[in-house]
Write a protein that binds this ligand. Structure first.
Ligand code: S3P
Length: 166
């Protein structure tokens, strides 16, 4: 069955919901940022600081190409992964893409941005980034899910919506 791929802004709950979704679906969970950190033995913030965003994006594409065609996983993606067409195409080969849509204001006000290199310019910049990216999240997803008040209810909603697509 198809892999479930979670996309959305940093802090939208992709990893938290992805872990719970994987548990409920009895599937293996993979987080693309964690895969990159394991491979490079560096934190995402270090890669950005030492090698720049382009190098990080190339690593992200490598992970997507490796995941292409793999089924039965739950994958949480980094917030900017959908910016490259080739990443989306690779993941869609065997995946259903779910955009976890949580209001950017709620994200910024409730999430630690300390380890997120692209969220260091303040609230307004964060909201602008989301506004710029939102059309891209929408056009690349198969299903849009509005994040619910709890992880459990968000995951239930994902399961309900994804059922017929796997
Ligand atoms: C990024 C989001 C981060 C991470 C990197 C870049 C982005 O992942 O991939 O800092 O461009 O939105 P999370 O969405 O898991 O925070």
């Amino acid at each position: 069955m198809k892999t479930v791929v979670l996309t959305g802004m940093m802090g939208s709950g992709k990893t938290t919901c992805g872990l719970e979704l994987a548990r409920r679906m009895h599937r293996e969970f993979l987080d693309t940022d964690a895969a990159i950190e394991r491979r490079t033995r560096k934190k995402v913030a270090e890669i950005f600081a030492e090698q720049g965003e382009r190098a990080f994006r190339d690593l992200e594409t490598q992970v997507c190409l490796e995941l292409s065609g793999k089924e039965n996983l739950v994958v949480a993606t980094g917030g900017g992964l959908i910016l490259r067409d080739e990443n989306v195409a690779a993941l869609k080969k065997s995946g259903v893409v779910i955009f976890l849509n949580r209001p950017a204001e709620a994200i910024y006000d409730s999430t630690s941005m300390r380890e997120r290199p692209l969220a260091q310019d303040g609230r307004e910049a964060f909201l602008r980034t989301f506004a710029q990216r939102k059309p891209r999240y929408l056009e690349t997803c198969d299903v849009e899910i509005r994040a619910c008040s709890t992880v459990a209810s968000t995951v239930s909603e994902i399961l309900k919506r994804v059922g017929g697509l796997l």
